[in-house]
Design a protein around this ligand. Structure first.
Ligand SMILES: C[S@@+](CC[C@H](N)C(=O)[O-])C[C@H]1O[C@@H](n2cnc3c(N)ncnc32)[C@H](O)[C@@H]1O
Length: 268
């Protein structure tokens, strides 16, 4: 079956399929745990000096925003997200100098003036029209500002359960005109206008089987009733996949999966 994005459909975050329920927030806690180390080393390596305003695009419940506040010497860190529910969780923070605003990050201007640093982690897979969104973000930066992108380049596994799960995610994203391995798109993208320098690096992340099982099982729990997925894969098949992912989450099954993250810096 071929699923096309209608011509003229604008890039927008209205199609974020991973939800903002309690289950989605639990998944993002595990995501935060899994990707913390590689994101910390990316931020500290690529932003060694002090900055004025740093903005976390698609901040969710604030894990990545707090990471910026901890790793970068920023005067102010502001997280932007569309989800009121996630922003309410983010606000219940722990005393770090961070603030949060509701905003659709596919649109500029942002509700803060001239950021020196923009950071996006695990966001572009959920948006359409990568190059034009990135171009818009660069245009919102202060002079000499930098955009850091920390996005999925690949998710690899030989395990049949992981492969089945990947088919579901990929179908879901494709249906929305999005793709999981958006890092590949970034890697192949010519320098956007105004780019002064560009750094490109790929980092490997190897979560434990329990962490993989937990992230995948929680996602599938959010999606399993989705009419598109039910039509595409069938309820029984989805239920069986859910059971096997739950087994991995509870430590009863090995589920080795390796992520590579595209970590790109664009300076204007
Ligand atoms: C996978 S989560 C990543 C959260 C966070 N960056 C992290 O690494 O923990 C993606 C986030 O992007 C947000 N999002 C998706 N589309 C958006 C848009 N157009 N504008 C603002 N936020 C958006 C979702 O609400 C969600 O919180």
């Amino acid at each position: 079956m071929v699923h096309l994005v209608p011509a003229g459909r604008q890039p927008s975050g209205a199609d974020y399929k991973f939800g903002d329920s309690d289950i989605a927030a639990q998944r993002l806690s595990t995501v935060a745990e899994v990707f913390a180390e590689s994101s910390r080393s990316f931020l500290s390596r690529c932003v060694p000096g002090p900055v004025g305003l740093a903005v976390d695009l698609g901040c969710g419940p604030g894990h990545s925003t707090r990471l910026i506040a901890e790793e970068v010497r920023a005067e102010r860190v502001v997280g932007l997200d569309r989800s009121v529910t996630f922003l309410a969780r983010a606000e219940a923070g722990d005393g770090l100098p961070v603030a949060f605003r509701r905003h659709d990050v596919t649109t500029t201007p942002f509700p803060v003036a001239g950021p020196d640093l923009l950071y996006a982690r695990l966001l572009l897979s959920h948006l359409r029209d990568t190059a034009s969104v990135v171009g818009r973000w660069l245009g919102a930066l202060a002079p000499n500002g930098r955009l850091l992108l920390d996005e999925v380049d690949s998710v690899e596994s030989e395990h049949p359960v992981a492969r089945d799960y990947q088919r579901v995610v990929e179908a879901m994203l494709r249906e929305n005109g999005q793709r999981l391995d958006v890092g590949r798109v970034l890697g192949a993208m010519p320098d956007p206008p105004g780019t002064v320098s560009r750094e490109d690096h790929v980092a490997e992340v190897r979560p434990t089987s329990r962490q993989v099982g937990r992230m995948f099982a929680l996602n599938l729990r959010v999606w399993r009733g989705d009419p598109f997925l039910v039509e595409e894969f069938g309820t029984e098949w989805l239920d069986r996949l859910q059971q096997r992912l739950d087994m991995a989450a509870s430590g009863k099954m090995e589920l080795p999966v390796v992520w590579t993250m595209r970590q790109m810096v664009l300076v204007v």
